[in-house]
Design a protein around this ligand. Structure first.
Ligand code: PGA
Length: 269
């Protein structure tokens, strides 16, 4: 873990209109400024050594409608902003879709691809997810590629096989530790209050890293961050993050409250 800086990413999903979304963003910005000992009105670029005072990298992924304003609300802090999905193409006749380039244009540094809710609700296959991840890289975004087994797959003893297949099928060609993050999210743990035990999660993370060794080599695989997601809260974050191959968290429900999300950020200290 010494060579991997933790990343705590908030996935707001389809939550937030102007009032609550912006107050959440402003609350997080205030926490980030406090953590960095910056005056609350500090809007200028902060020097990297002060940014390092944050215990980890911090990312929020609001719904598309709020990204622009959230990016402005957290400007001057080291909180990064990302999209929850993107289309694989740069532009064109794709009504309702958003390209990775559009996300980059409004201040995003990251894009989540292949979340299990996208795979389930929109029938996204590994091939689709791979194309979206590659679109993220093309646009200069870090792609967070999500994988995870269903409860039936876990009960059938297929967890590691399913997850390994998703990682190799969804991985962006040319992906590096600087441009790709993997998120392991067991589907049965998302939004249910149930989490994989730290040991269960660690076993799958280790299997993912072994799969990455085959894809990008041992050195790069050792540097790539693998996040855990699924009912992460301030009360369970620290023991999950203590596992050697868990390098951060992708947080849904608990990312909608300033105290809860910042509590998870603090758990990386
Ligand atoms: P949850 O969601 O934290 O609400 O379980 C995690 C996710 O889907 O990214």
């Amino acid at each position: 873990m010494e060579q991997r800086r933790a990343l705590i990413a908030g996935n707001w999903k389809m939550n937030g209109v102007s009032a609550d979304g912006l107050s959440l963003a402003e609350g997080l910005a205030a926490c980030a400024r406090r953590a960095s000992d910056l005056p609350s009105d500090a809007a200028a670029e902060i020097p990297p050594d002060i940014a390092m005072a944050l215990p980890c990298d911090v990312l929020v992924c609001p719904p598309f409608t709020l990204i622009d304003r959230v990016a402005k609300a957290v400007a001057g802090t080291r909180i990064a902003v990302g999209g929850q999905d993107c289309h694989a193409k740069v532009s064109g006749a794709h009504t309702g879709d958003i390209s990775a380039e559009m996300l980059k244009d409004i201040g995003c540094g990251y894009v989540i691809v292949g979340h299990s809710e996208r795979r389930a609700d929109h029938g996204e296959t590994d091939a689709v997810v791979k194309a979206k991840a590659e679109a993220g890289l093309r646009a200069g975004l870090v792609a967070i590629i999500c994988v995870g087994e269903t409860e039936a797959e876990r009960d059938a003893g297929q967890t590691e096989a399913v997850v390994a297949r998703q990682v190799s099928g969804s991985f962006a060609a040319g992906g590096t530790p600087e441009t790709v993050v993997i998120a392991y999210e067991p589907v049965w743990a998302i939004g249910t209050g149930r989490t994989a035990s730290p040991e269960e999660a660690q076993a799958v993370h280790a299997r993912i890293r072994a799969e990455l060794v085959g894809l990008i080599g041992a050195d790069a695989a050792g540097k790539m961050r693998i996040l855990y997601g699924g009912s992460v809260k301030p009360s369970n974050a620290a023991e999950l993050l203590r596992q050697p191959d868990i390098d951060g968290a992708l947080v849904g429900g608990a990312s909608l409250k300033v105290e809860d999300f910042w509590g998870i950020v603090r758990a990386t200290e």
